[in-house]
Design a protein around this ligand. Structure first.
Ligand SMILES: [Mn+2]
Length: 313
């Protein structure tokens, strides 16, 4: 097209450890104007119920210095396909989660109005105010990867937290419930069948982790693609979907989770879908004894590599 696109500096020519840590060392710009996709941070942990860590987006950006320009597994060339930048963080209110949600929806209205696809980092509370902006043109499909269903109605008397985003979305008609899948759910519950509301009452497809153990998730994703069809889809990936052996730096870890390979299979399985937004949430650096933020950075790169209009070389 002749359009000059942003690309990360190659570590062949610019030392990886140099520079200001934007996501993938991409240029920073203030707004989404002119972008096809943008990395966005929402640095809050006030919706978290355990082991908080609001510096998740910042730490993912630091670790993302290891990312390179091409996806050697799929051939995706994101920086030859799309104009991408880091547009910094939403100006959150650390002392008022509801006001933060209002600020997020307002910020995402502006981002989406430019035609840009946001790739967001934060805690899981943010999926609700983001989806509220995304669904202003109609309900959307959802691929939700998580250890938890995040469909609690009320906790400690409050309707807004990292446990409630998809409940609020259902309340407000934001989700196309026949096009919702939740993958990797597990752990002890508040009842014997904690997913009954999701499955029986809302018609979500629920894939508990036991259905994921010991196998490739590529066949599952073929089914998910036909469930999603050609309509708008949002991908929300909670890092705690992965086994805490791989990703301990998170607030509410649950044993016996997905492998990073399965996480990548899920994201690569989204290729061809009409993705309108993605997030990677719940990275908590204070509890990160290994590579959780680096894993998060790579999963965000994989998301970028399946966005519409991607070229595969
Ligand atoms: Mn979650």
């Amino acid at each position: 097209s002749g359009r000059r696109l942003n690309e990360p500096p190659s570590a062949m020519y610019v030392a990886r450890v140099s520079g200001i840590p934007t996501m993938a060392k991409l240029p920073f710009q203030e707004t989404a104007d002119g972008l096809d996709a943008a990395f966005v941070g929402v640095p809050i942990d006030t919706g978290t119920s355990n082991r908080p860590g609001a510096f998740g987006p910042r730490q993912i950006r630091v670790e993302s210095a290891l990312l390179r320009a091409y996806n050697s597994g799929t051939g995706a060339a994101p920086f030859e396909s799309l104009m991408v930048a880091d547009i910094g963080d939403v100006n959150v209110n650390l002392y008022d989660l509801k006001d933060t949600c209002r600020r997020i929806t307002e910020a995402y209205r502006k981002i989406l109005a430019t035609g840009c696809i946001p790739l967001t980092m934060g805690d899981h509370t943010i999926a609700y105010p983001i989806l509220k902006a995304v669904a202003e043109h109609g309900p959307v499909g959802l691929i939700h990867v998580d250890a938890h269903a995040d469909t609690t109605d009320v906790a400690l008397g409050e309707k807004i937290s990292h446990a409630t985003p998809f409940r609020r979305c259902v309340d407000e008609g934001i989700l196309d419930c026949k096009r919702v899948v939740q993958i990797g759910l597990r752990g002890s519950g508040y009842s014997a069948d904690p997913y009954e509301w999701n499955r029986a009452q809302q018609g979500f497809r629920v894939v508990p982790v036991e259905e994921c153990w010991f196998k490739s998730l590529a066949p599952l994703m073929a089914e998910v693609r036909s469930q999603m069809g050609s309509g708008a889809v949002y991908l929300s990936f909670d890092i705690d979907a992965l086994d805490p052996g791989f990703a301990p730096g998170t607030g509410t870890p649950e044993i016996a989770g997905l492998t990073p390979i399965q996480g990548v299979e899920i994201i690569r399985g989204c290729r061809g879908l009409n993705l309108v937004g993605c997030d990677l949430v719940e990275v908590s650096p204070p509890y990160d004894t290994t590579n959780t933020a680096l894993t998060g950075a790579n999963l965000l790169f994989e998301m970028l590599c399946v966005l519409p209009k991607m070229k595969y070389l």
